[in-house]
Design a protein around this ligand. Structure first.
Ligand SMILES: CCCCCCCC/C=C\CCCCCCCC(=O)OC[C@@H](O)COP(=O)(O)O
Length: 370
């Protein structure tokens, strides 16, 4: 029996099924109850992810209050999350009993979409953390990220994400090294899984460092200020800031840790770990990060909420677009607003001048936008 292809030691002519059977990953043409659950749940999650992130992108596009660097990064995060929703939806149409029908190229496309989009999302979270760190620490220097820099940063994020997704297809696969194939992705090398997981753990530690420094800095600064301002107000701001920072980091940990641990276990060749049993849950959890991102980064912004309401009102009742919404009971703050409210004493992000708009680029809060 001829196992190898034109290149000695390689298995280019083999089907996807061959690699799945070799890795011990289940592949079958029949629909099992589990497949119905995975595919329908996955489709539901990806549709919600897509809609939520489209809403954020439209809001940033139409409201000129959001035409500032930090919002371009938030918009780009929404674009990456939208992309991961699309990649996940694509996966749902190419998994379960459909996997066996895939050509190797189709399988690589499916994986590349997932890997690139999730990498783009994680890199955006890192960029947002670093941008916040930069702006908060350089507040007094009027340092402002130029639009050109943001565009370069966004291009870098996408370039890196697409590269990271394409790396296995370009050669870091196991078609010529069958012994090192992973279990969860039977045509990927185990070492790539470890590499990806380590890179993400590194990203996470940078995020923790950036947000910890922001938190310590603001607390220190507000302690000095609180001699002049009300203690209660100070405590409230520090508490809110802590809530936002732990929410950002907590959601990241909850969504990504199980998947990263699984990638490490598979990558390190743990045979008794039953990685396949948990794979789908961990992937859907990582996908859920693309759903919680708009909630923690955008939906908590009062201006953003008002814009969403306007967009949704426009969609529901065209012609009633001029209606003004008062969100009196819903004063939620973004990290920037919290930091700024502390820097400005009691003025709670309403009374800062435009010189500060590199921290919280809202300008004044009159109702006359656009
Ligand atoms: C296991 C959770 C992984 C969360 C992180 C995913 C992002 C990883 C990016 C690059 C690392 C290499 C890819 C590792 C494989 C990830 C698992 C996966 O892609 O599952 C799809 C799977 O269900 C489809 O089931 P079938 O193969 O059709 O039967």
């Amino acid at each position: 029996m001829k196992l190898t292809d034109d290149v000695p030691g390689c298995y280019y002519n083999r089907t996807v099924q061959f690699f799945y059977e070799h890795s011990g990953k289940n592949i079958s043409a029949h629909w099992r109850p589990r497949d119905y659950v995975v595919v329908s749940l996955g489709m539901g999650v990806s549709v919600i992810v897509i809609l939520a992130n489209i809403l954020v992108m439209v809001a940033i596009f139409i409201n000129r209050r959001f035409h500032f660097p930090i919002y371009y990064l938030l918009g780009n995060l929404a674009a990456a999350d939208l992309f991961s929703g699309i990649a996940y939806l694509h996966l749902m149409f190419h998994t379960g009993p459909w996997t066996i029908k895939l050509s190797k190229n189709q399988w690589f496309v499916r994986q590349t979409l997932i890997d690139s989009s999730l990498t783009a999302s994680v890199l955006n979270l890192l960029a947002i953390a670093l941008e916040r760190h930069q702006t908060i620490f350089t507040m007094q220097l009027h340092s402002k990220m130029t639009n050109r820099r943001v565009v370069l940063l966004i291009a870098l994020i996408w370039g890196l994400a697409i590269f990271m997704g394409l790396v296995p297809t370009m050669g870091w696969h196991c078609l010529c090294d069958l012994e090192n194939c992973s279990t969860m992705a039977p045509m990927y090398k185990r070492s790539y899984l470890v590499f990806w997981a380590v890179l993400n753990l590194f990203t996470f530690s940078l995020m923790v460092a950036a947000y910890t420094r922001i938190f310590v800095y603001v607390r220190h600064k507000s302690q000095r200020m609180s001699q002049h301002t009300s203690q209660i107000r100070h405590k409230e701001t520090v508490f809110n800031l802590m809530k936002t920072v732990s929410m950002i980091l907590g959601c990241f940990v909850i969504c990504w840790t199980p998947g990263l641990v699984l990638l490490m276990l598979d990558g390190l060749g743990c045979e008794s770990c039953q990685v396949l049993r948990y794979e789908k849950y961990c992937l859907v959890l990582a996908e859920c990060n693309s759903l919680v991102n708009p909630i923690i980064y955008s939906f908590r912004d009062t201006d953003m909420l008002q814009t969403f309401k306007r967009i949704l009102c426009c969609l529901c009742r065209r012609g009633d677009a001029g209606r003004k919404d008062t969100l009196s009971g819903m004063r939620c703050n973004t990290l920037e607003q919290e930091v700024l409210s502390e820097s400005n004493g009691n003025n709670h992000h309403d009374n800062h001048n435009d010189d500060n708009n590199h921290i919280s680029p809202h300008g004044d809060h009159s109702d006359t936008d656009d």
